[in-house]
Write a protein that binds this ligand. Structure first.
Ligand SMILES: C[S@@+](CC[C@H](N)C(=O)[O-])C[C@H]1O[C@@H](n2cnc3c(N)ncnc32)[C@H](O)[C@@H]1O
Length: 386
């Protein structure tokens, strides 16, 4: 082993050179039906691949999830795809550069090569593949940061306790760490920042859809509640020059959002407000309020508190946009079902919801569901005060 590096003290946050974001709108999203078709085809081919082996083999393969997730996470954390670039390196050279163990590096990358992530040649040199290139830093979708967050000790420890959630129905994270993921982030700012980047990467994918799905020309001042680093806000401001915004989130995330909004050249048009969406006084002068991927973090009671707090600030003709991955109770396809269990494990009472569950939540907080604009990932549910 070379340069020993304690994982505890290793901060894998993206360096400034990888932080750049365009100050023009992101490329428009492909039409929703193209995305849905591509996802359906992928599922179809995966099922075909399973069909050519005995069921036992196909299901045995699923046992490797933990191993693969852990190793892809380690490769992400050690930036293997960045180190390889367009060249080829041996495991010894990679171990030298990352302060890791050469033999284990070789075995890990060879194992990942079986999944199409990295390739190895007969001389023992590793190269990137199409899939492993997706792990490089500086990519808009921040998959490297997502994997680093997802395989963090705190998230994996929560998953290890899943069995107890299956018995008691409670969030594993809160039980294992004796606090919510949000208060954990307050005392682990690197993890909070990693999560904020991962979430931003997801919203990079969602924002062009949201912008094209909903008529933001009808909105003049939007308050994005729990808006994270401001990815959605910045994209909407770039696409709709008349729009002004208010971004509400916790203090640490707001500091990170300031950088993003400045980088995208829209900071002058956004008011930043640090505070809790449970009880902070939200701005009253907005004609639209949005909650993107916020309600899914919480159980019904907490959602009702958030919604009632937003409702208190709203005038009777303002609108609320709930932006979520709509997940119907008895549909076993798409992103929603897996995300739903991650929400159960990591968040206090978190869950994905279907249209009727969301309608009920809204109804209990003084809203009526006025329209549902379905999207290929997230959908926009417009609610109006009753
Ligand atoms: C899943 S993220 C969604 C971020 C953003 N809306 C997006 O879709 O990219 C949930 C956000 O809620 C914020 N949050 C959690 N608890 C909060 C609270 N009590 N008050 C305000 N924001 C909070 C987190 O910091 C995080 O940015």
């Amino acid at each position: 082993m070379n340069r020993a590096r304690s994982l505890e003290s290793y901060s894998p946050l993206p360096p400034p050179s990888e932080l750049s974001l365009p100050s023009v709108p992101l490329p428009s999203a492909l039409p929703a039906f193209v995305i849905k078709l591509a996802m359906a085809l992928r599922t179809f081919f995966q099922r075909c691949a399973d069909a050519v082996v005995p069921a036992e083999i196909a299901v045995f393969d699923r046992a490797w999830g933990t191993a693969i997730t852990t190793m892809v996470g380690a490769a992400a954390r050690h930036r293997i795809a960045d180190l390889l670039g367009d060249g080829a390196l041996t495991a010894g050279e990679l171990a030298q550069q990352t302060g890791t163990h050469a033999d284990v590096m070789q075995r890990m990358l060879r194992a990942l090569a079986t999944q199409g992530i990295f390739a190895v040649d007969p001389e023992g040199r590793f190269t990137n593949t199409r899939l492993s290139r997706g792990l490089r830093g500086g990519r808009l979708m921040r998959v490297r940061e997502f994997l680093t967050y997802f395989t963090s000790g705190s998230n994996l420890a929560a998953w290890r306790d899943f069995d107890r959630s299956l018995s008691d129905g409670e969030s594993a994270f809160d039980r294992v760490h004796q606090q919510s993921v949000w208060s954990w982030f307050d005392s682990h700012p690197d993890e909070r920042e990693m999560f904020a980047h991962a979430m931003m990467g997801i919203t990079v994918g969602d924002a062009p859809f949201v912008a094209s799905l909903y008529p933001f020309t009808e909105v003049s001042r939007l308050c994005d509640v729990g808006g994270g680093r401001g990815m959605l806000m910045s994209e909407l401001l770039l696409r709709f020059p008349h729009l002004r915004g208010v971004l509400v989130d916790g203090e640490g995330v707001i500091a990170s959002a300031r950088q993003l909004l400045a980088m995208r050249g829209v900071i002058e048009r956004v008011e930043l407000k640090a505070g809790s969406f449970f009880d902070a006084e939200l701005p009253r002068d907005c004609d639209a309020y949005s909650l993107k991927n916020v309600l899914h973090d919480w159980g019904d009671q907490a959602c009702t508190r958030i919604l009632k707090n937003v409702r208190r600030a709203m005038s009777s003709d303002a609108r609320l946009l709930v932006i979520e991955v709509i997940t119907e109770p008895n549909v076993g396809t798409g992103f929603g079902p897996l995300l739903d269990v991650q929400m159960l494990v990591a968040c206090s009472g978190g869950r994905e919801r279907g249209v009727e569950e969301t309608r009920r939540l809204l109804g209990g907080a003084g809203f009526r569901l006025a329209r549902v604009v379905p999207g290929p990932t997230v959908s926009v549910l417009e609610a109006r005060p009753v």
